[in-house]
Ligand binder design. Sequence first.
Ligand code: GRF
Length: 205
Amino acid sequence: MLKINIAVLVSGSGTNLQALIDASKAGTLKNGEIKTVISSKETAYALQRAKDNGIKAYCVPKRDFPDQQAFERRLIEILKSEGAELIVLAGFTIILSPYFINEYRDRIINIHPSLIPAFCGEGFYGLKVHQAALERGVKVTGATVHFVNEIPDGGKIILQRAVNVKDNDTPEILQRRVMMKAEWRILPKACEMVCKQLLKEKVRD
Ligand code: GRF
């Protein structure tokens, strides 16, 4: 069966990558195949998850390059050599420049741990997102999968899922609930939706 070649970019523990791998195994992610994982950190547990599942993994730390463009040139070189057609940012902590985005226009998706447009954009990453949500006192938060464009967290929304905030939540507790109840569910689902659409276009062309 013809599938979309997926590359997943990570920097951390890779639980979202795991959700994609699990969906692949379960057959719910069926129009795409995860062929490549690229981590911006050597210590990312996501690299181990890739290895455990026989997925080709690369480690590309940004500090090994003189500037952002040289770093992105290397990413693009790998992605081209692997034939990647869809790039999934799953906990990738580096903001990509227009140079990279242009190369994969409408083919990059990202998971963000809030209901965009709340608590998003530059500076809102990791626990900071949940801290901000708790400080503002929202009763509902969640996660969003969206296309990536030049505006951080500003691209077209693909899927969202809401999660309740509870009275005694800490940022850590809320982060975990958002991951379990929203991120790990909507990322594989959105990925399948986009792969299905890309495959349709591929077959038509
Ligand atoms: C997730 O909360 C994701 O939304 C954010 O970074 C975290 C990554 O976690 N962008 P993991 O590496 O997938 O476990």
